[in-house]
Design a protein around this ligand. Structure first.
Ligand SMILES: O=C(CO)COP(=O)(O)O
Length: 245
């Protein structure tokens, strides 16, 4: 399957910087689909800049409700309206900083699907959980609790992001990444059947140009969710260029 290289810009950049970064990516990549996820306030502008390009635009979160009295929140339908096609949900920074649990991620994912957005559900263990041998069970529980019916057929995407690898420069060994991706594939196929074989499983956590080729070559790794390195156009494109043909 064609890999997806997704950039999570997190809370970075002003309008001018967002436009400059988006424009530098407009040409896309040879062997991978590209997706960029700017902060809410830049989505409209960036989606307009990317019209007619092969680069998709997504958001980093959405609310579970369609509309209503939810001060400060943004609905999936609003994101779709301004040009987003994807939304990252359940990122560990949301789980930690905003207390989002699997039930909340499930509700948001259902809202995204209803609005016609492709959800990217993030899962991953903390360092303490990995050291206690709990990584597999933590990720299986997150998958079980946050993926709704209809996710697979709608092209939903899962990102494995070990919490301890995010922004730290540390990554699991290639063997550990491959093992977790195999675990996730098995769990999805057991629950949803063979259709889940085509679900994209991304790896995220300190992906950079120097480690991308090795990670992207692993079985069941269908792309990357990139944080810091997605803010530098040449690094993001180098990661996309490292995808095997
Ligand atoms: O959280 C991430 C992407 O969602 C990964 O961030 P880094 O690539 O900066 O480690």
């Amino acid at each position: 399957m064609r890999p997806l290289i997704a950039g999570n810009w997190k809370m970075n950049g002003n309008q001018r910087e967002a436009a400059r970064l988006a424009e530098a990516l407009r040409g896309g990549a040879e062997n991978a689909d590209l997706l960029i996820c700017p902060p809410f306030v830049h989505i409209h502008q960036v989606a307009a800049l990317m019209l007619g390009s092969r680069v998709a635009v997504g958001a980093q979160d959405c609310h579970a409700a369609h509309h209503g009295a939810h001060t400060g929140d943004v609905s999936a339908a609003m994101l779709r309206d301004v040009g987003a096609t994807h939304v990252i949900l359940g990122h560990s920074e949301r789980r930690t900083n905003h207390g989002e649990n699997d039930a909340a991620v499930l509700a948001k994912t259902e809202a995204a699907l209803t609005a016609g957005l492709i959800p990217i559900i993030c899962v991953g263990e903390t360092e303490a959980e990995r050291l206690s041998g709990l990584a597999d069970s933590v990720v299986e529980k997150q998958l079980g609790g946050s993926i709704p019916y209809g996710f697979i057929t709608a092209g939903g995407i899962v990102a494995y992001e070990p919490v301890w690898a995010i922004g730290t420069g540390r990554t699991p060994t290639d063997r550990d990444i491959a093992a977790m991706h195999a675990t996730m594939r098995t769990a999805l196929v057991e629950r949803f059947g063979p259709a889940a074989r085509t679900t994209r499983l991304l790896y995220g956590g300190s992906v950079k140009p120097s480690n991308a080729a090795a990670i992207m070559a692993l079985p069941d790794v269908d792309g990357a969710l990139v944080g810091g390195a997605s803010l530098v156009a040449e690094d993001f494109l180098a990661i996309a260029g490292a995808v095997p043909e």
